[in-house]
Write a protein that binds this ligand. Structure first.
Ligand SMILES: [Zn+2]
Length: 339
């Protein structure tokens, strides 16, 4: 089968790879319906994370082709979606809804999901089957549920977005945009998207943004305060992971408000005294996508939400390197790779 290997920063290749097989009796092997490139794949691509001949990809949706002897909840032929972390979904941490911190957690796409097939560990806890075989046009949305939608959703839940709330969203990548969609679904009254790119602003509005703020940093914070009677947002989603974005999120939030931070943190450090006097709640980290998958799959199945529109460029798997370039240069919000 064919699959993506990142040899080194900036060096992405598609190669013949060994066909995944069942290793543990709790494994499943999936034939991907489509795969994609994540914003977080750009960290190693840009040299900000170590990479050395790594199989790439952690977002997946597709048809089960093999199951281990102990797998009970899914079977060969099921169309399934799973999270980027595999979890047993039975330990105390999982039952509390924090499956990404499962005591048995491990990478969900064990062999790399930017490929034709992938092995998924702990299949019973990790995979959720769709109600039937999806129409082709639902596949991008189901794939989005595997990470970016689930992550944006967790950010909105962590920020306590809901009726009567003003939600600010820092970051106009796929996760930030789907955080807007999530905030809207959760009933937020006003959603302020922070973005300076016309195409992303447009998608943000489509997902439910009511206001756009183009300023960044302190000027962006000032603008959010102007829009909220000087108080700041009730709920702020941080979907970038840089120092500037994190401070922008904390400072744009009113005392007693909530920040949901899901941008993978890189060199962020928080000043204790500023945090102490901010009076904001901080919650975030790697999203427990598995908690939300049944609900998200149903919303997609019923065509209540259309998160798949974040994929604004589709390329064949063989052209993965061009997909990485397009995302790195911000020519594409998110790239779907057809397999
Ligand atoms: Zn667990």
């Amino acid at each position: 089968m064919r699959g993506v290997i990142m040899y080194a920063p900036g060096d992405v290749r598609v190669e013949d790879r060994e066909m995944p097989a069942i290793v543990e009796p709790t494994d499943a092997v999936i034939k991907l319906a489509a795969t994609c490139i994540c914003g977080s794949d750009l960290w190693p691509y840009r040299g900000a994370e170590h990479v050395d001949h790594n199989p790439m990809g952690h977002e997946y949706a597709g048809v089960v082709t093999q199951i281990g002897a102990d797998v009970r909840n899914v079977t060969v032929g099921d169309f399934v979606v799973g999270s980027f972390f595999a979890s047993d979904n039975t330990c105390e941490i999982c039952r509390a809804g924090y499956q990404t911190h499962c005591v048995h957690r491990q990478p969900g796409a064990a062999t790399g999901a930017q490929s034709e097939y992938v092995r998924v560990p702990l299949a019973d806890g990790t995979l959720v089957a769709t109600p039937g075989q999806p129409d082709t046009d639902l596949i991008p949305s189901l794939l989005a549920a595997s990470d970016v939608l689930g992550t944006g959703w967790f950010a909105a839940v962590s920020a306590e977005a809901g009726p009567g709330k003003t939600v600010a969203v820092v970051g106009d990548g796929a996760v930030g945009l789907l955080g807007i969609l999530a905030a809207k679904q959760l009933g937020a009254e006003r959603i302020i998207a922070m973005s300076r790119h016309a195409d992303r602003q447009q998608l943000g509005r489509r997902f439910g943004a009511t206001d756009i703020v183009e300023e960044r940093g302190d000027a962006g914070v000032e603008r959010i305060r102007e829009l909220t009677d000087g108080l700041g947002a009730h709920s702020t989603i941080e979907a970038v992971g840089t120092q500037e974005a994190m401070m922008q999120a904390i400072r744009a939030t009113r005392a007693g408000g909530h920040v949901g931070f899901v941008g993978v943190s890189h060199d962020v450090s928080l000043d204790g005294q500023e945090l102490f006097f901010s009076g904001v709640h901080l919650h975030g980290g790697p999203a427990p996508v598995r908690r939300f998958l049944p609900e998200l799959i149903q919303l997609i199945w019923d065509r209540e939400i259309d998160p798949g529109v974040v994929f604004d460029l589709t390329l064949p798997l063989e052209q993965a390197a061009e997909g990485y370039r397009a995302m790195d240069e911000r020519r594409a919000i998110k790239v779907l790779l057809s397999v």
